[in-house]
Design a protein around this ligand. Structure first.
Ligand SMILES: O=C(O)C1=C[C@@H](OP(=O)(O)O)[C@@H](O)[C@H](O)C1
Ligand SMILES: C=C(OP(=O)(O)O)C(=O)O
Length: 423
């Protein structure tokens, strides 16, 4: 696949059209695994994503004493008594490094956490501080970052905590997901600039309610989870709508038509915002029984978008914007500096290296379309940088993608699916 020269991005002669089935949602899969692991009985999950982030989550839960078996594509999770010692590899997965420590706090024993080199740069201080307030003992050598160890005593007091989740919604989701199992539940208040990624918070609250947990999020910036059992639940994981972004973008930038199958009619996934976003770029968007179809038109308009709720869509949106007719302004995404890499810097660097004109602002990007030329597009261990590069490569000669294998974080089949659609 990839070589030292990178993976040559497919450069089709004309419009890209076809149907794509994308694998399960990373965010729903890892929440379903966590909730099943601390539920009141076994749960069977279908359509669970098989990718690096979910493999890391499964390994983490198994190391704590959870039973996970797989048969005919169905994954059964059986809660066990949670115990250390254990060592959790978080890779570069935000959902593992933030969601597992609150569960590890329920275990009896010491659970240590580490991950990829860049994982040590991703902020953890807010969630570690909040856990300490809730009665959990954590040793991070005073760094607020990885590596750290949680010393569980088999139970967590819980209760009230105030935190600043402007850096990542995952700090709140982490406490919500485990909070029902704390003696006093959790009562979280956010104090700071706005919390990003509201759909992911709704996803956490929604999945808890589906499992019988009482969540009160009626007051802005406050979430109360009542103590009590989490009901086991068999469930089907939706396709990953954020990972559908590059495929749909292929239709937009080549004037083709792409259908992503199995698009849910109601969902908390942020990727559902793509319907509106691609329409703003000028594409025709239709949600039908067959899935979501995006049809490119003659023109790609520049856009002015606040992406604070859907930050993970930014790399692919940047690629489309770089190929538009006019400038685009993407706002509300300062927190992307804490993602798999500093995404604002990485997008600026890599699109400008192709002849583009992308500038970082305090909270986003300004993109002025320029004719792009080929080159090696750096991906910084960021799956979504690779998706952005692939979209640009559809219409730019000689574009190669460095470390295409990084797409395995959430979609190991990406190179194959992309080659079939665009090759
Ligand atoms: O809870 C989740 O599953 C996620 C929340 C978001 O994190 P941030 O709020 O840190 O952007 C999102 O970007 C990430 O890809 C997945
Ligand atoms: C920010 C992302 O991932 P993580 O879950 O590692 O935070 C992402 O997938 O875009």
């Amino acid at each position: 696949m990839g070589t030292s020269e990178g993976w040559p991005a497919p450069r089709p002669a004309g419009a890209v059209s076809g149907r794509v089935t994308v694998p399960g949602s990373k965010s729903i899969s890892n929440r379903a695994l966590i909730l099943a692991a601390i539920a009141d009985g076994p749960s069977t999950l279908s359509g669970l994503l098989a990718a690096r982030d979910t493999a890391l989550m499964r390994a983490a839960l198994v190391s704590l004493g959870v039973g996970i078996t797989e048969r005919d594509g169905l994954v059964t999770v059986t809660p066990g008594s949670l115990k250390g010692p254990a060592a959790v590899d978080c890779g570069l997965a935000g959902t593992v490094m933030r969601f597992v420590p609150p569960v590890a706090a329920l275990a009896d024993g010491i659970i240590s956490f580490d991950g990829d080199p860049y994982a040590r740069e991703r902020p953890m201080n807010v969630i570690l501080g909040a856990l300490r307030t809730l009665g959990v003992q954590i040793d991070d050598q005073g760094t607020g970052r990885m590596p750290y160890a949680v010393s569980g005593s088999g139970a967590v007091r819980g209760g009230k905590v105030t935190l600043d989740a402007s850096g990542s919604s995952q700090f709140v989701s982490a406490l919500l997901l485990a909070g029902a199992r704390y003696d006093e539940g959790v009562d979280i208040r956010h104090d700071g600039k706005p919390v990003p990624s509201q759909p992911h918070l709704d996803m956490s609250a929604g999945m808890l309610r589906e499992r019988g947990v009482q969540v009160d999020d009626s007051e802005p910036n406050r979430w109360i989870v009542a103590p009590g059992p989490i009901q086991a639940k068999d469930s089907a994981i939706e396709p990953d709508l954020s990972n559908a972004a590059p495929f749909l973008a292929a239709a937009v930038v080549t004037g083709g038509a792409v259908t992503v199958t199995g698009w849910p009619t109601a969902t908390t996934q942020p990727g559902d915002h793509l319907r509106d976003i691609f329409a703003q770029f000028g594409a025709d968007v239709a949600l039908g029984d067959d899935g979501l179809t995006v049809r490119g038109t003659e023109r790609i308009s520049g856009v002015d978008l606040d992406l604070s709720e859907v930050g993970e869509l930014t790399p692919v949106i940047t690629a489309v914007a770089a190929l538009a007719e006019g400038p685009s302004y993407l706002r509300g995404i300062a927190h992307l500096r804490n993602h798999e890499t500093d995404r604002l810097a990485a997008l600026e660097q890599e699109f400008n290296a192709l002849g583009g004109d992308v500038t970082q602002t305090a909270d986003g990007l300004e993109i002025r379309p320029r004719p792009l030329h080929g080159g090696l597009f750096g991906t910084y261990h960021d799956h979504r940088m690779a998706h952005a590069a692939a979209v640009a490569g559809l219409v730019v000669d000689g574009l190669a993608i460095e470390n295409i294998e990084t797409t395995a974080k959430t979609m190991p089949e990406f190179p194959e699916l992309w080659s079939v659609l665009a090759g």
